[in-house]
Write a protein that binds this ligand. Structure first.
Ligand SMILES: Cc1cc2nc3c(=O)[nH]c(=O)nc-3n(C[C@H](O)[C@H](O)[C@H](O)COP(=O)(O)OP(=O)(O)OC[C@H]3O[C@@H](n4cnc5c(N)ncnc54)[C@H](O)[C@@H]3O)c2cc1C
Length: 649
């Protein structure tokens, strides 16, 4: 049922407006929390999690006429300001009712002096709301490499994963997701520091052999049009055409410069309840998959539904987690056809294990009856390695001088954003460079970008520190195609409200047998050297203010010292691959190429967990694409093809 449809509890709730705002005021009213009749019905499909994986498939199946129950642990918050304004994405990750906080380890036995570490571990924010992590992410929407898809096709022998075939899913995502470039106004064009950084970036990129305009160091203003002309090339077109190294502006998932994602797609679908039988139930923490009493003749367990706890703030990762909440009601819901797990890279393996699917010894250790011994559940966890090189400028960026970041009517930059212009239409990224960490690489594996502000990774309060002043710049170096696959998600207990134990086993603590640790580390160190060259170039640019590197700082002046710093301070936020698709011969494969969980029927996984190897340099678009692919896979199994739908423009 959509938020404009009627159950006795929901009747009094306001109708969603065109922005997908359901209360018209941006407060935390949640029109989807009511139970209505969901217990008494049987649903064609039950989808767990409303993020990048779960959102599109739930909406798509409902648009096909199937009854879908979407269960989401978080709330719908009515489009809070922190959700909508692109520049506020770091704040969104620290906003109750939007974010879930996990604490992870990078190494066995601790975090080796990482400056971000807390006694609980290193903060790893995710979205815990309608829209999942698409509600708090940085909105960068970049396609993977063709090789990412082709590798899955080769691995599984399933040609439908070929890049040529996957291209159609990019087109499908484009039907419901709006992607824009931030608005570039006079305040950016006349910001000498930004012009100098861009000029130096293009110059260094050209020296590196990347295609680009020739720029003048002595007169950055003269480069203005040629640089911006070049920045607006479409990185996704280039990636899908198979050549993409270069300097780009990031495409952002915004509509009229407001964040959009699965939340809007779901609300727009649920609102048309007469045509599209999608029921969204928020504040529903799924605790396990329910199976038939006995395996079928093939020895497979059939998923028949799920159980969930009904209530707000029940999960320990919730910023308002209410551990004392008096025993919430457990509710069982039934699926006629399938259960689709899309609870994200940490929660999907947790749910599988809580349901008796996982490594036998681990399940037994927690007293969970074993249904299927699938040792790969929670293994193969991967992430990018990222580091931030921070520079202090002697003067403020003029483009943000008048911004207060209060994000209310007292903030002139917020008022600009309300008019669809200004720096708040951006996620902060000035320019991005997609490049090879070494010329011998076959493909670009580094994505490097500049952000005004301080960003050293995630720790409680990081979003406040990021904008504490207006004269810092961070160069983020992101290593794509990480070779280390050694991370793990394990149960800490059989309590579904507890977070799992997450350890990424970085560098020498992870895969080392084929030099993976050294390869990853060398690539990141090369990235640090590259941004230092850009910084040195800015000295040659006329009108640029003086600047000093403050993190890691001038004392970190040899490759060995940089490598030590990278190992200690790196972070990631594209965790994936914890329930991987694999060949039938791979004992660690959790899923087949059709997203089906081994040893079961009627159970699939469709989220960041499914990748055998972390794709591309940004992950949300690949997840949207697999969600579209999974939709077709399911429809094909029912002998259906997609109906020609009209999508909201
Ligand atoms: C701070 C940050 C910035 C990012 N920036 C970018 C970016 O700019 N570009 C990019 O490509 N990627 C980015 N990402 C990554 C990307 O957004 C995520 O990888 C992607 O959204 C993951 O999709 P998913 O469906 O696997 O999980 P999610 O989107 O996290 O969705 C999982 C959902 O399941 C719900 N859930 C979990 N457990 C349960 C349960 N037991 N019962 C019911 N519901 C449950 C959660 O509340 C959540 O809503 C970013 C991520 C973060 C955290």
């Amino acid at each position: 049922m959509g938020c404009d449809a009627a159950s006795s509890e929901e009747e009094t709730l306001p109708v969603c407006d065109d922005e997908g705002k359901c209360d018209g005021t941006g407060t935390a009213t949640d029109p989807f929390k009511g139970l209505g009749d969901i217990e008494t019905r049987e649903w064609d499909f039950i989808v767990v999690g409303s993020g990048a994986g779960g959102g599109p498939i739930a909406a798509n199946l409902a648009r096909q006429g199937h009854s879908v129950l979407l269960l989401e642990a978080g709330k719908e918050t009515g489009g809070k300001t922190e959700y909508q304004v692109p520049v506020l994405h770091p704040t969104a990750t620290e906003t109750p009712d939007l974010a879930f906080w996990y604490f992870v380890d990078h190494f066995t036995g601790g975090n080796r002096g990482d400056s971000k570490a807390t006694p609980e571990g290193i903060l790893y924010p995710r979205g815990g709301t309608l829209g999942g992590s698409t509600a708090v992410n940085a909105m960068i929407t970049v396609a993977p490499k063709n090789s990412d898809w082709n590798n899955i096709a080769t691995l599984t022998g399933d040609a439908t994963w070929s890049a040529t075939n996957m291209k159609q899913y990019f087109d499908r995502v484009s039907k419901w997701l709006s992607v824009e470039r931030p608005q570039i106004g006079a305040e950016v064009l006349f910001d000498d520091s930004i012009m100098a950084i861009l000029t130096a970036t293009f110059k260094e990129a050209a020296d590196r052999g990347l295609a680009g305009p020739s720029v003048r160091l002595d007169n950055p203003a003269a480069n203005l049009f040629v640089m911006f002309g070049f920045l607006t090339r479409d990185i996704n077109e280039a990636l899908m055409a198979g050549f993409a190294e270069g300097v780009y502006q990031f495409p952002l998932a915004t509509k009229n410069h407001k964040r959009n994602g699965t939340r809007e797609y779901l609300i727009q679908t649920a609102r048309d309840a007469r045509r599209f039988p999608l029921r969204i139930k928020t504040q529903a923490l799924v605790t396990k998959v329910v199976f038939a009493d006995a395996p079928d003749a093939m020895g497979k367990w059939r998923a028949t539904g799920v159980e969930f706890l009904d209530g707000a703030n029940l999960y320990a990762a919730d910023l308002n987690a209410d551990n004392a909440a008096a025993a919430p009601r457990t509710i069982r819901v039934k699926a006629k056809r399938e259960v689709i797990l899309a609870a994200g890279v940490f929660n999907t393996p947790q749910l599988l294990m809580l349901s008796g699917i996982g490594e036998k010894a681990q399940l037994q250790q927690h007293g969970i009856p074993v249904k299927v011994d699938v040792p790969g559940v929670g293994k193969n966890l991967q992430d990018r390695y990222e580091v931030g090189v921070v520079t202090e400028l002697d003067d403020d960026f003029s483009s943000v001088r008048r911004c207060t970041f209060a994000a209310d009517q007292t903030d002139p930059c917020f008022r600009d954003w309300q008019d669809g212009k200004g720096v708040y239409t951006s996620n902060g990224g000035v320019a991005s460079i997609l490049m090879k960490s070494d010329p011998s690489k076959t493909e670009a594996d580094l994505h490097i970008f500049a952000l005004p502000g301080v960003f050293k990774g995630y720790y409680p309060g990081y979003s406040t520190d990021a904008n504490a002043d207006k004269h810092h710049l961070t160069w983020v170096i992101l290593k794509g195609h990480t070779e280390n696959k050694g991370g793990t998600v394990k149960l800490k207990s059989a309590d579904p409200r507890a977070r799992p134990a997450i350890n990424f086993h970085y560098f020498d603590d992870g895969d080392v047998d084929q030099g993976q640790d050294t390869n990853d580390l060398t690539a990141v160190v090369n990235g640090v050297e590259f941004v230092r060259k850009i910084a040195a170039r800015t000295d040659e640019v006329d009108h640029f203010t003086r600047h000093t590197e403050v993190w890691p700082g001038p004392a970190t002046n040899t490759r060995a010292k940089v490598a030590d710093w990278v190992k200690k301070e790196a972070w990631g936020h594209h965790a994936s691959c914890s329930a991987k698709i694999g060949a039938t011969t791979d004992p660690d494969a959790v899923l087949d190429s059709k997203f089906r969980v081994r040893g079961t029927t009627g159970l699939r996984v469709v989220d960041a967990s499914v990748f055998p190897s972390i794709p591309g340099t940004f992950i949300v678009l690949p997840i949207y694409m697999i969600s579209e692919k999974a939709t077709d896979t399911i429809l094909e199994s029912l002998g259906e093809t997609r109906k020609n739908q009209k999508f909201p423009q």
